[in-house]
Design a protein around this ligand. Structure first.
Ligand code: 5GP
Length: 114
């Protein structure tokens, strides 16, 4: 798999505003926020798209959602609510090919997202 901007954030070649890190995941603020709080939660393992998640990746991917809950509790968004979403390929709006959970919080969010 080719290197993406997110692998460079993991290796600290590119700076980011990091809000969470552990052995499996990294979370940092989105450079172009779409809500008052918008962070991206990524696995340290490079997986290009949701289509590329393998059986052995289930713990890693589940962990990303656990991290979202941790961040929500820490930043006070757990009760009022927030959105966690992954985009896949062109029609899903994916632009960086290293899977990531968008976590959007801090205001009521519209649905559907178009
Ligand atoms: P996607 O469109 O793939 O679902 O989401 C990619 C996200 O990555 C976008 O929301 C975009 O703003 C964000 N992004 C792209 N490049 C960078 C970067 O260099 N740093 C940070 N923090 N976010 C980035």
């Amino acid at each position: 798999m080719s290197e993406t901007i997110f692998s460079k954030i993991i290796s600290r070649e590119i700076p980011a505003d990091i809000v969470y890190e552990d052995e499996l995941a990294l979370a940092f603020k989105d450079i172009n926020p779409q809500a008052p709080f918008h962070c991206l939660i990524i696995p340290k393992k490079a997986i290009a798209t949701v289509n590329d998640i393998r059986k052995e990746d289930r713990e890693i991917v589940g962990h990303l959602y656990y991290v979202a809950g941790e961040i929500a509790r820490e930043h006070g968004f757990a009760n009022e609510g927030y959105r966690v979403v992954m985009n896949c390929n062109e029609f899903g709006g994916q632009t960086v090919y290293h899977i990531h959970v968008h976590m959007l919080a801090g205001k009521p969010l519209g649905w559907p997202p178009y």
